[in-house]
Design a protein around this ligand. Structure first.
Ligand code: UDP
Length: 323
């Protein structure tokens, strides 16, 4: 099979590309290299079956050509993370909504199965823990920019499901919870690569808010395996699945763990949200996935715990620093 991976030079996309190539599949990556990095796929160039095309997922002609040449589409291209939507709201919303629209139209034209990667952000500030796929999405007001990310991704889900409903276009939606691993950059705010880099540099580890907010972190290798299994399973079509890890940790406890792992030289600095993001920023207090649905369908269990994830990120950053 030849797969189109939009956003294939990003952190998750590059791991997915590599896994598919290792399984003997061929991969066409479409990436505009805005937040995706060439270094992420440089080691794949030259491998049989790999091709990178640089361009935007919002260009209909280009996307159509790519879709036509492949048998299935993993749509990962997106603006990444809440920080970007706070800083560049127009571009973020346009990339998310227009990009998915363009991909779905092309897929509908050529009847290609599409897996859309969504996000746990769509649960918004729901306090019903854990989050299950059928739960309400609880959004904040439209004048608080962070919610634009969740709303745009939720609209992508609506649009994909609408294609399924109207024409039985085979779509699957994967809601990814905090995904971590080698090659993830802290540039867009992601907490683990930031903490590890700060710890390794002996700089203060910056905990936003009071640090009592919690998250569940999954290793990218688990996520990638689940994406491939969902794409391959006809029963997943027209359905939404959480993918992640349900081991919960508070951000302050995470900071302590990273501090110890990196030799204990860093201090822990509490930074108010107004300083870290913008005034009036609302964070999610807890975010835990209910993994029952994905477990039932594809037997998904996360295989890497937080200690293993941290060790892997640390090794990756230590090598990067040495290199
Ligand atoms: N965070 C933090 N320090 C940082 C970066 C992030 O305390 O340097 C916090 C952030 O406010 C959030 C959590 O860590 O509560 C996870 O942030 P991330 O951006 O990684 O993912 P999110 O779950 O917010 O999408």
């Amino acid at each position: 099979m030849r797969y189109l991976i939009t956003g294939g030079s990003g952190f998750i996309g590059s791991h997915l590309s590599e896994r598919l190539l290792n399984e003997g599949q061929s991969v066409l990556v479409l990436d505009d290299l805005s937040t995706g990095r060439y270094e992420n796929v440089a080691q794949l160039e030259g491998r049989t079956g790999f091709e990178l095309r640089v361009g935007s997922v919002t260009e209909p002609r280009l996307v159509e050509e790519c879709v036509k040449e492949c048998q299935a589409v993993f749509h990962l291209a997106s603006a990444v993370g809440v920080r970007l939507v706070v800083e560049q709201p127009v571009k973020t919303i346009e990339t998310i909504v227009n990009g998915t629209d363009v991909v779905l139209r092309a897929a509908a034209r050529y009847r290609r199965p599409v897996l859309i990667t969504s996000t746990s952000e769509v649960y918004g500030k729901s306090e019903k823990i854990p989050f299950a796929e059928g739960d309400d999405c609880v959004m904040g007001p439209t004048n608080t920019r962070r919610w634009a990310y969740a709303c745009a991704k939720a609209l992508d889900e609506f649009l994909a499901l609408a294609h399924w409903h109207e024409s039985r276009l085979p779509v699957v939606i994967a809601r990814l919870f905090n995904t971590v691993g080698p090659r993830q950059t802290g540039r867009y705010g992601m907490v683990i690569p930031r903490f590890v880099a700060q710890g390794l540099a002996g700089e203060p580890i910056t905990v936003f808010g009071d640090g009592r907010q919690s998250r569940c972190f999954a290793h990218v290798s688990d996520i990638v395996g689940a994406l491939i299994a969902l794409m391959a399973n006809p029963k997943a079509r027209g359905e939404v699945f959480n993918i992640g890890n349900d081991e919960e940790v508070s951000i302050i406890a995470l900071a302590e763990r990273v501090k110890t792992l990196t030799g204990g030289k860093s201090s822990i600095r509490i930074v108010p949200y107004s300083e870290a993001y913008t005034a009036g920023f609302e964070d999610m207090v807890r975010r835990v996935p209910d993994l029952t649905k994905v477990r039932r369908l594809i037997g998904y269990y996360p295989t890497r715990n937080l200690d293993e994830i941290l060790a892997d990120v640390l090794a990756d950053q230590a090598v990067g620093a040495a290199g």
